[in-house]
Design a protein. Structure first.
Length: 444
């Protein structure tokens, strides 16, 4: 963490909250302490290489900097948190930067040179201790009272849906980084370049490696936008550019941004549909209030999409009938959004309480990831879409509702793929704060 007065103050408060929060949960569950692991690299089967390494999110919530492998954070009520940091002496690879910066003032830091030494530096008697993370063989042999105990994990996951001001500030900055990449990728598309070129322009603008990004970029031209998690970058530009869907984020101190925008190459029906979906999404965000159901937000978005389908003469049914019959789910098959933070699809969105009680999934919305009521401190995405997906449209054609669809119009729109507009929204006491649109506005 570079010297930054605002972030240092926010982190100090964040750290104090975590100390109090963890001590309360440990006391309630009867644990003497907990060890959080950073994680260890996973080898590729039959090879001498490793999969890209990501620090465990629970560990990262405390430790802002350094992708330290085989490191541990020791939390014991009444004591300063202790960081056992693995600093290998290795001439084959670059070792992570040693812990430094103002955040280290909040920890007792011990650096060791081997993963075995890191495990051996843990407390001696651990029968009343919990362990959180992926346990190594060294850890499993040390006699922890519980490894990832359900009650503790559920409580931590439940409370992670409410972000501290430090966490929100990290996501504000992640959005600003990502928006710079979105602008660069759009310029590449407008210049007639290929998907791979737009992806590389994005990477150059955000100045982050692919392994650091919170998720692989989706850079989809034309009909590729109908594949929700499109993950192939064509190396040649299409014969005709019609549309561009980009779903790409960025990282700031372990916190994610997740942004999607869709653009038309020229004015026309698709560009008008894109503009009006953008307006509907913006209007839905403005309606967000504390205490309302996220499920109701999802249903309201389906109704807005139904109104668009009728307005553009794509489906000749009442919006209510489209929603009731499932027609809108053909054009909008995924959930409205998800919590975001240390993970792009952050935890806790389906739990009704700290005990881990799971909220019943609405049968009509099987892919909705967030079922919780809206709370102050939430940061979640709002990402409606309208797509022309062959695998979903063909079954509709054979149903009674299919007679209400203008299939000629649908056929004309299929080469454009689809539309998705996604913003990251922080629910503050003053109302919804759109981190993404604020970041775009800041670059004007």
């Amino acid at each position: 963490m570079e010297k930054d007065g605002l972030l240092e103050r926010l982190y100090a408060d964040h750290h104090a909250y975590l100390v109090t929060h963890y001590e309360s949960l440990l006391e309630e569950a009867g644990w003497d302490g907990v060890v959080l692991a950073s994680g260890s690299p996973c080898a590729v089967f039959g090879d001498d290489q490793f999969h890209p390494f990501r620090v465990s999110p629970g560990y990262r919530q405390w430790i802002p900097c350094g992708d330290h492998t085989s490191s541990y954070l020791v939390i014991r009520p009444g004591h300063r948190p202790r960081l056992i940091c693995h600093q290998p002496e290795d001439y084959w690879h670059v070792s992570p930067t040693p812990p430094s910066g103002i955040w280290t003032d909040h920890f007792d830091v011990d650096c060791v040179s081997t993963s075995v030494a890191a495990a051996e530096a843990l407390p001696g008697s651990l029968s009343r201790w919990a362990f959180l993370g992926e346990p190594s063989a060294d850890v499993q042999s040390r006699g922890f009272g519980g490894i990832n105990p359900d009650a503790l994990v559920s409580a931590l996951d439940f409370h992670r849906t409410v972000k501290t001001p430090y966490e929100v500030e990290c996501m504000r900055r992640a959005n600003r980084i990502a928006v710079a990449g979105h602008r660069a990728a759009l310029q590449s598309f407008r210049a007639g370049e290929a998907e791979l070129d737009a992806h590389l322009a994005y990477m150059a603008a955000v100045r982050q490696s692919e392994t650091r990004l919170p998720y692989p970029n989706i850079v989809a031209f034309n009909e590729h936008g109908a594949t929700l998690h499109y993950d192939v970058y064509d190396t040649q530009a299409p014969p005709e550019s019609l549309s561009f869907l980009i779903d790409a984020g960025a990282d700031y101190l372990g916190y994610a941004a997740d942004i999607t925008r869709t653009y038309a190459a020229a004015d026309g029906l698709f560009s008008e549909l894109t503009e009006q979906l953008d307006e509907a999404q913006h209007s839905l965000i403005a309606s967000i209030e504390v205490g309302m159901s996220y499920i109701d937000l999802h249903a309201a978005m389906h109704l807005s999409i139904a109104e668009l389908l009728k307005r553009f003469l794509i489906v000749d049914m009442t919006p209510e009938a489209m929603l009731e019959s499932g027609v809108t789910s053909v054009f909008f098959p995924h959930g409205l959004g998800h919590h975001i933070g240390l993970q792009v699809h952050d935890v806790g969105g389906k739990n009704s309480d700290p005990k881990g009680t799971v909220i019943d999934q609405p049968p009509s919305f099987p892919f909705l990831r967030n079922l919780r009521p809206v709370s102050v401190g939430n940061v979640f995405t709002i990402e409606p879409g309208v797509y022309f997906i062959r695998q979903l449209l063909e079954p509709l054609r054979s149903k009674a509702e299919g007679r209400a669809v203008d299939w000629g119009l649908v056929s004309n729109l299929m080469p454009y793929g689809g539309i998705r507009i996604e913003d990251d929204v922080h629910v503050s006491e003053a109302g919804p704060e759109n981190l993404t649109r604020d970041a775009f506005a800041a670059l004007l």
